[in-house]
Design a protein around this ligand. Structure first.
Ligand code: NAP
Length: 283
């Protein structure tokens, strides 16, 4: 039976570190603040916003919301970004994407000051992930995967790691972060030939394919650590990951559940970035 790598345990430890940093900032008269920019009324954005707001409140971080209509013009949205860039009391910014089609998403994303880019939406932040330079912040989800590995003492040095998925949001940055931890990394995608044999060879597997149960017992082997980034809804309407947990868990050494794994750590990573953004400025 595999050890379950539980998001709540990682989050609890992370939250303690965040609270300690918030206390240091408060001693200097700084209240770390997240600016949330939402265009329209997308249900999943609203639900993520509620979770992030609640987590911020619990950890002593303020939220300032900028709620804009679905038909907001590019100029109006850019003006809001300019305002938050110039506001010394806002330390990090979350902008929900994808944006409505009439807006130039890349231009808008890159209008944000990378120093406030707590969710890695600017090219500046992404360059930081690939170059190792301290520009902006890495994306929260792959960082949540690294937090899980660190928390459970899973050393990546010299290990073979496979990342399933090559998106800019999860797969590619996760691979770079594993390289930084001295793993030897392979990235798999839909054109990978004989993916089961590639994944079976790994010590550490991060799965971010966006397909329920794409990794099953034919992909895994004894001794592996499996981190499941996927968030899907199965035929019964229940949340499930990209890994077939029931088939994989009896074989591997350690595995994250869905729900209760990576997703639950991501929000604390975001709040941690807001606090770090404030620390970089004032500490
Ligand atoms: P994405 O942009 O759709 O990318 C999926 C990647 O997986 C692509 O590179 C694709 O390959 C690859 N892929 C898809 N099916 C595959 C298969 N059968 N075999 C091998 N590779 C396959 O998705 P994403 O944004 O990276 O998200 C991935 C998953 O993570 C989703 O389930 C999403 O809901 C979840 N997610 C979770 C969190 C969290 O906080 N836990 C945050 C963000 C995303 P190609 O490039 O060849 O098409």
């Amino acid at each position: 039976m595999a050890k379950q790598l539980l998001g709540k345990e990682v989050t609890a430890a992370l939250n303690e570190r965040i609270k300690a940093d918030v206390a240091k900032l408060e001693a200097k008269g700084v209240k770390p603040t997240l600016g949330i920019i939402r265009v329209g009324e997308n249900g999943s954005d609203i639900s993520y916003e509620k979770g992030a707001t609640k987590r911020c409140e619990t950890l002593g971080v303020a939220c300032e919301k900028f709620l804009l209509p679905e038909d907001v013009s590019q100029e109006e949205l850019l003006a809001v970004i300019d305002k938050v860039n110039k506001d010394d009391n806002i330390h990090g910014v979350l902008l929900f994407r994808p944006l409505p089609k009439h807006l130039n998403q890349s231009l808008i994303e890159n209008a944000l000051d990378p120093a406030k880019d707590v969710d890695c939406m600017t090219d500046g932040s992404m360059s930081g992930v690939f170059t190792g330079k301290p520009i902006g912040f890495p994306p929260c989800t792959p960082q949540a995967c690294m937090e899980i590995l660190d928390h459970y003492g899973i050393d990546c040095t010299g290990k073979k790691a496979v990342v399933v998925g090559r998106s800019l949001v999860v797969g590619k940055p996760a691979a770079m972060m594993l390289v930084k931890k001295n793993a030897t990394v392979t990235i798999c995608h839909t054109r990978t030939v004989d993916m089961p044999s590639v994944v079976r060879e790994a010590d550490i597997v991060i799965v971010a394919a966006g397909r329920a149960g794409v990794v099953d017992d034919t992909y895994v082997s004894a001794g592996q650590t499996v981190i499941d980034v996927g968030i899907n809804v199965n035929a019964e309407g229940k949340l499930c990951g990209d890994v077939d947990f029931a088939k994989v868990e009896p074989i591997v050494d350690a595995i994250t559940p869905v729900p209760g794994g990576v997703g639950s750590v991501t929000t604390s990573v975001l709040v941690g970035h807001v606090v770090e953004a404030a620390m970089r400025k004032f500490a």
